[in-house]
Design a protein around this ligand. Structure first.
Ligand code: MRU
Length: 364
């Protein structure tokens, strides 16, 4: 995606292959800064502190981190320790484990002397595949948008509601839920996006709104509690969100608050789509509510809000006095609330049979 006329990915290995460059998402929307990570430990910290975030992006970043690990020490012991540290950095998004397992399985079979080159290639392949897959998701999703827009008479803008940030910043490029929005907008379909602010970290207000503005897509930021009301008023034509982990049976784990939007959509007959690359599908589990670990983050994310003051200096303010706080970062939307899963291979109903038709290699 372009920022001020320059094309950026959210993560990339630098030309000399010795470090990892990322867009620092803790600084957005007020400052666009590139941060250079020089060790695998720095990549682990960047994932933990959400300098990089979003399921596909943390997977790709971890793959790049393992490349740095091979430069530090290509031994089995070191790589396995770094792999565990990367996976533990964020427990919910399965893309992280998927990418680490994929890179490690290649590296551990090879002679340690060849591992640095192999890791470089594999990390770059994972990044490139993510871009291609998200672009395909965008094209499949665009067809859904066109259908809904035609169904409402092709006159007024298609009103789409999204939660959290599933744009290019959450992936290597394009995004998942936002890819169809970008593609439909590029194709001249009038799209307007309701952007859930997404407390506590405000990924919607800070990141999604910033991306949409940069791309020229009309949008309106709303508080997380407004979506149900807008659906009742007929102001939402469809919802689309990303996913951090989807079970083989179609249960969707995504940012906290997604479930409430899906319930409201169901009650109001509003289609609720989930856009996800297959790296987000956990083929080993069937019951999202029982089997997906929900990350609990620092309660300060609830107790404080961040922004910039009148002096343009980043600041945080406390929003309660001495109350306790709880901060589960994700929730599960059961499959029966999902209208369709938009993947790189096409769109299917949220159930095992249909998912396996698209991805038959996972039948076993
Ligand atoms: O905690 P985050 O910001 O990493 O959570 C991200 C989300 O929940 C996204 O909606 C998800 O990764 C969508 S996939 C691009």
């Amino acid at each position: 995606m372009k920022v001020d006329g320059h094309h950026y990915r959210s993560v990339w290995l630098t030309d000399d292959g010795l470090s990892v460059a990322v867009v620092d998402q803790t600084k957005l929307p007020f400052y666009f800064e590139i941060r250079t990570l020089r060790t695998c430990d720095e990549v682990v910290l960047a994932i933990k502190d959400m300098v990089v975030r979003g399921a596909p992006l943390i997977g790709a970043s971890a793959a790049c981190g393992l490349r740095l690990a091979t430069l530090e020490d290509p031994s089995d012991d070191y790589l396995q320790a770094q792999a565990l540290a990367l996976i533990a950095a964020r427990p919910t998004a399965i893309n992280l484990r998927w990418a680490v397992d994929r890179v490690c399985s290649r590296l551990l079979q090879a002679n340690p002397k060849q591992r640095a080159d192999l890791a470089l290639k594999e990390a770059q392949t994972i990044c490139d595949e993510d871009v291609d897959n998200n672009s395909c998701i965008g094209s499949h999703g665009e067809t859904v948008f066109v259908e809904h827009w035609r169904a409402k008479g092709s006159k007024n803008p298609l009103n789409v509601l999204t939660h959290c940030n599933a744009g290019w910043l959450a992936t290597v490029d394009w995004g998942t839920a936002l890819a169809p929005i970008f593609k439909a907008h590029n194709a001249g379909i009038p799209v307007h996006v309701w952007v859930d602010e997404t407390r506590p970290r405000n990924q919607g207000a800070a990141l999604t709104a910033w991306e949409l503005k940069a791309h020229g897509v009309p949008h309106t930021v709303i508080v997380d509690n407004a979506g149900g009301h807008l659906m009742q008023q007929g102001q939402v034509d469809l919802c689309i969100v990303g996913s951090d982990r989807t079970t083989r049976t179609g249960d969707v784990c995504n940012k906290i608050g997604t479930y409430l939007k899906a319930l409201a959509a169901h009650d109001n007959g509003v289609p609720f789509y989930v856009a996800l690359p297959s790296s987000t599908i956990d083929w080993n589990i069937s019951d999202g509510r029982k089997e997906i670990p929900i990350e609990e983050r620092n309660k300060d994310e609830v107790l404080y809000v961040h922004g910039i003051g009148a002096d343009n200096v980043p600041t945080q303010v406390r929003v309660t006095t001495t109350s306790e706080a709880l901060n589960p970062a994700f929730d599960i939307t059961p499959k029966h609330l999902v209208t369709g899963l938009i993947t790189e291979r096409g769109i299917c109903a949220a159930n095992e049979l249909e998912l396996l038709k698209l991805f038959p290699e996972n039948r076993a």
